[in-house]
Design a protein around this ligand. Structure first.
Ligand code: SME
Length: 161
């Protein structure tokens, strides 16, 4: 049994530090990428409050394909450059969107989503493997601490998924 739990009311940087330690413990030595992505989504879901969707899209050719996630069923294929996830894939840069209604080309998978954070997972700092997508029903839910936390998580797991 794995029993990781986020301590209540932690400041965000510490919450992400705990999440990353748990992710490291769960994925170290395991080479199955799907298993690792599935466990990482479960940890994000457990540690990061006020989300309505969290998951992976994997880079395949010039599109993103849905991977392990928590939340409502989502669109399966997203071409690079389309929507928030496609923008992260095309640019290789984190997308922090306070209000998805104001993001041109946003792809609505769950009507409840208002804020979105998408972080590319890059191997050797340049080869796109996947993106991690977090959605929240709260506008402006995500800030720089969330972006840095998920970026650190992406760096940890890049060689494990
Ligand atoms: N909203 C995303 C699509 C993926 S879902 O949110 C799960 C986008 O615009 O890329």
């Amino acid at each position: 049994m794995y029993d990781f739990a986020a301590s209540a009311d932690l400041p965000k940087p510490e919450l992400y530090r705990e999440l990353i330690m748990a992710a490291d413990a769960l994925t170290a030595g395991e080479f199955d990428g799907v298993a690792n992505m599935a466990n990482i989504v479960a940890l994000i879901w457990q540690f990061v409050p006020r989300l309505n969707w969290a998951g992976f899209y994997r880079a395949q050719g010039s599109e993103l394909v849905l991977g392990p996630f928590a939340g409502k069923p989502a669109c399966i294929r997203i071409p690079f450059g389309q929507g928030v996830c496609g923008a992260a894939a095309a640019s290789g840069e984190t997308q922090l969107v306070p209000d998805v209604h104001a993001f041109p080309g946003h792809i609505a998978c769950d009507a409840a989503s208002r804020a979105e954070l998408v972080v590319p997972v890059l191997r050797e700092d340049r080869i796109l493997i996947a993106v991690i997508d977090l959605d929240s029903p709260e506008p402006s839910r995500f800030d720089g601490d969330d972006a840095r936390g998920i970026e650190a998580l992406a760096a940890l797991i890049a060689a494990r998924i």
